[in-house]
Design a protein around this ligand. Structure first.
Ligand code: PLP
Length: 386
């Protein structure tokens, strides 16, 4: 039986508030007395359209999304957006500049690296402004190099967008600021693993996207927030003449927006989970309140790890770049990590193994991870290290 005190620290799909998941489970069986569950009704029916509109409205309120920006949803996950961003922002740039644009990428971890590789694969002239791994003394994505050390950006005349990943889930590095980019170049951010964990000035972005399955939902939906002016694009013939690949229709943002995210079948039940999570965030004081909680939980976890005697833990990420959402470290000594994980599990705490590509331990501190769970883990960290 799922209790309110599940101590799960997995990185994604991740924990959701128990009250959300229980309500969603009820609505999966029967939604609003209509005799059918939310996974069974038409995505074009009135209750389904209401789910789309409510979720949009909740996100708009939480992030204070200005009227200059549009919110929409699509299947694709985070990875689908690596590709979708390319097609759509090259098209917007072509509308403005009459030519194919280049793209700048800030590569600070596994996910931005993958996004940059995908852009190259799709034929974009990619300029890597910074590569955290190459800049690191340890040859790892363990810090975000200072902006003064970054290479040159492109200009508004030749560059469609600057791309970065706000929180690198695997490597545990997070931006504590919004990168400053050249005037007229659109800023694109992957916020899959820290969306709605803090306030964001949306007006600074051309586009923000997030797969929802870490902080605000279950897998199957991506949220996109886009500057409306970027929905203007040339005709397919003009794009083809400019050698710009046409977006597959399900990834064509103007088409998706025109159809209120319902051009094709949207997983309405999955979106409903986002609707319930965002409703709860609003009820609990919005992102100002959530940011305080997220920061407090992260600070005390890092404090416990930093307080351990030397030789116990190896915190991999430079302090200034530490993620509030994914706290990564290794445990020194043969077999010690397994002991840490096994004993944590015996105490009811799971989901603590690092990503398969890097190993070690990863504590994911998403919104639904309770203060109580964090305190229990801190007790264990203290005992283990004493
Ligand atoms: N971006 C970030 C920051 C992620 O953490 C992930 C997944 O973990 C992705 C993108 C890829 O998301 P998906 O698996 O939904 O394609």
């Amino acid at each position: 039986v799922r209790t309110a005190t599940t101590h799960y620290f997995g990185a994604g799909p991740a924990l959701l508030p128990t009250e959300v998941i229980k309500k969603a489970a009820e609505d999966l069986v029967e939604y609003q007395g209509c005799g059918l569950g939310l996974g069974e009704i038409s995505h074009r029916s009135a209750p389904a359209v209401a789910v789309v509109n409510t979720t949009k409205s909740n996100i708009k309120q939480l992030l204070h999304v200005p009227d200059t920006h549009e919110i929409f949803f699509l299947q694709s996950g985070g990875t689908g957006e690596f590709s979708a961003v390319v097609y759509n922002l090259l098209a917007s740039f072509a509308k403005k500049a009459g030519k194919k644009g280049k793209a700048d990428y800030l590569v600070t971890g596994t996910w931005s690296q993958k996004a940059a590789e995908e852009a190259k694969r799709l034929g974009v002239d990619v300029n890597i402004v910074v590569n955290g791994k190459k800049a690191s003394a340890n040859g790892k994505y363990d810090f975000i190099p200072e902006p003064e050390t970054w290479g040159p950006f492109g200009t508004a005349d030749d560059t469609a967008y600057v791309y970065y990943c706000d929180n690198e889930t695997v490597n545990g590095v997070e931006f504590s600021y919004v990168p400053i980019v050249p005037e007229g170049v659109e800023l694109v951010a992957d916020m899959s693993s820290n969306i709605l964990s803090r306030e964001v000035d949306v007006s600074k972005f051309g586009l923000i996207f997030a797969g929802v399955q870490k902080n605000i939902g279950i897998a199957g939906v991506a949220v996109v927030i886009i500057k409306k002016s970027l929905l203007d694009k040339p005709t397919d013939e003009e794009l083809t003449a400019l050698k710009i690949p046409l977006a597959p229709i399900v990834f064509d943002f103007p088409t998706v927006v025109k159809n209120n995210s319902l051009y094709n079948t949207l997983p309405i039940f999955n979106l409903h989970v986002v609707s319930l999570t965002t409703e709860l965030l609003l009820k609990n004081g919005g992102l100002k309140a959530q940011e305080l909680i997220s920061n407090r939980k992260a600070e005390k976890l890092y404090a416990a790890l930093d307080a351990a005697p030397s030789g116990v833990f190896n915190l991999l990420v430079e302090k200034k770049s530490r993620s509030r959402m994914n706290i990564v470290f290794t445990i020194i000594g043969e077999g010690k990590e397994q002991v840490f994980l096994n004993d944590a599990k015996a105490k009811g705490m799971t989901g603590l193994s690092g990503h398969r590509s890097v190993g070690g331990i990863r504590i994911s501190n998403y919104n639904a991870v309770s203060e109580e769970s964090v305190d229990l883990l801190i007790d264990w960290i203290k005992k283990f290290s004493s």
